[in-house]
Design a protein around this ligand. Structure first.
Ligand code: SF4
Ligand code: SF4
Length: 183
């Protein structure tokens, strides 16, 4: 053992340093928050409860492409689609088992249309498993509750720009415009 270490031990220098630090912080204001009486302020970009986005007309943006379900590492997204009257794809069911979710936001990142979001809402504890199983209606309701107005726009502008913004086609590309060829 070096002489420096022996002196440190004899004079209890490290203990004195530790006590000094304790004394220094003893009379400062406590940082402990008395939750739930003192809830945390909203945290933009926080990965909380899921929501299915709506456009300005209040229509669900999801087109049922299934990319979110394909990328989800815990396979907790289920999508069921059907063919509509005009041969369009209709999202009949969209479900998320939030108890399995990792809140990785891969689904948000993969969605080309900004159709799914993770809201700032985190206070959704419950006693029944069923309440954590989100169906399409609940997910759309979450959008109205937690992301309506500028909040939803800001979410995609600041954190998750939908990839469809960057979609482009060459001029020669044949683009499907519907069944009526005159359109
Ligand atoms: S946040 Fe991650 S784990 Fe949760 S639904 Fe999305 S992709 Fe799946
Ligand atoms: S990736 Fe987006 S548009 Fe496609 S199914 Fe998922 S939420 Fe809907």
């Amino acid at each position: 053992m070096k002489a420096k270490d022996i002196i440190k031990r004899v004079l209890l220098l490290e203990i004195i340093q530790g006590m000094a630090l304790t004394l220094k912080t003893m009379f400062t204001k406590a940082v402990t928050r008395q939750y739930p009486e003192e809830p945390r302020a909203a945290m933009p970009g926080f990965r909380g409860l899921h929501a299915l986005s709506k456009d300005e007309e209040g229509v669900m943006k999801c087109v049922g492409c299934g990319l979110c379900a394909a990328v989800c590492p815990s396979q907790c997204i289920k999508i069921f689609t059907a063919q509509g009257l005009n041969h369009e794809k209709v999202v009949e069911r969209y479900e998320i088992d939030t108890l399995k979710c990792l809140f990785c936001a891969y689904c948000v990142e993969a969605c080309p249309y900004g159709a799914i979001a993770l809201t700032e809402h985190y206070e959704y504890s419950d006693y029944s498993k069923e309440s954590f199983y989100m169906d399409k209606d609940k997910l759309l309701e979450n959008w109205d509750k937690y992301m309506s107005g500028d909040k939803g726009n800001e979410y995609f502008k600041r954190f998750w720009k939908p990839m469809s913004i960057d979609f482009n086609t060459s001029e020669e590309q044949a683009v499907f415009k519907g069944w009526d060829n005159n359109k």
